[in-house]
Design a protein around this ligand. Sequence first.
Ligand code: IMP
Length: 423
Amino acid sequence: MTHFTAVIGLQWGDEGKGKVVDHLAGRFDWVVRFQGGANAGHTVRIGDREHIFHLLPSGLLRKGKRGAIGAGVVLDPEVLLEEIAQVEALSEPLQGRLFIDYRTALVLPFHKFEDTWEESLKGGVGSTRRGIGPAYRDRYARIALRVGDLEHENWLAERLRESLDFNNEILAARYGKPPLDLKEIYLSLQRFAQAVRPYLADVPVLLQEAGRKGERVLLEGAQGTFLDIFYGTYPYVTSSHTVAGGAAIGAGIPPHQIREVIGVSKAYTTRVGRGPFPTELKDEMGQYLRKQGGEFGATTGRPRRCGWLDLPLLRYAALLNGATGIVITKLDVLSGLDRVKVAVAYELDGQRLEHPPAQTPLLYHVRPIYEEFLGWDPFPPPRRFEDLPQAAQTYLRFIEEALGVPVIGVSYGKEREELIWLQ
Ligand code: IMP
């Protein structure tokens, strides 16, 4: 019976999913990106080389692995071609290994301009400026171009005209910018059409065929649960469905086939961009975590906001995603501290809350209730869970119990090998 495994970020992205997926890719035949776009930055380190995946599924660096980009993704042509070249230089040719769904919507130049200019106006959400919000907006407004449209010249020209009419009005009225030229964009899309043609496919069909043949498929989430367009800290979110449910829609597979959902969380919390963050540390401890953890955005280089682990958020993430197991990353960053704190609940107007309030404005007013744990010293590479310092084991077991979901993996450094599986 066909079944799929999803890897999902349980926080605000940057949980270290790239490394977890790369690790798991050894056991899978396929890795599929199902949402987001080039806003993601999934870092994979092999020896002294580091590769940051933005659009392609991480896992493709491994020889013989296949990757797919599902219809739920928004595809930036420039980034795609650049990444194909980079991955091919480090690994093997991607033709016959990479498949892009015909229905994937394109990120066009005006989307990136609008995203950038919108951020410069007051009120931006602190986006990555990769055109993600405007591209999804056009997708839902039914004026997006999909990569399969590139195969049909007249259709493409008509669709581009419609999209550009709308977007040029925005450029003029909202940002006071001159209109973009249809011909120039059309010609560049025609060039892109040649380059992308070998990769186009009907991904849902391929995935079902793969399942029938007994091949194993991993669904790779980007960003994290609290950046989900519905369930995140709206409006300070991304524009796609980052939760496990999004994997079914975005990859084009029946929901009941997603049997395993691996949630990834750091041993503490970070967030980039604006929005509420109850356990944020604005003091020296926050700076310490940023420095120790190298907490600077993989896509934008922006410093990340840092704070203690937040169990009310994680509890909710486990509930939304139906997490069947959790991987805790960056445990080593907490090594060397005397005490480690964890928010076990919130207090709001004298009431104890186990889950974050659904209303964003209230999330600014919750007060985390902390429990303190003994810290641990830096430790040599463990082979098993029991090799970890006792205090670190206690910390991880506490998280597991609080969430009612087993910790199945622990990552304790940047290197590919620095991760142990508990099951
Ligand atoms: P957008 O996805 O570029 O529109 O950005 C919307 C929000 O999501 C901003 O707060 C970004 O910082 C955040 N975001 C987008 N992608 C990522 C990611 O891969 N990691 C962490 N935060 C992200």
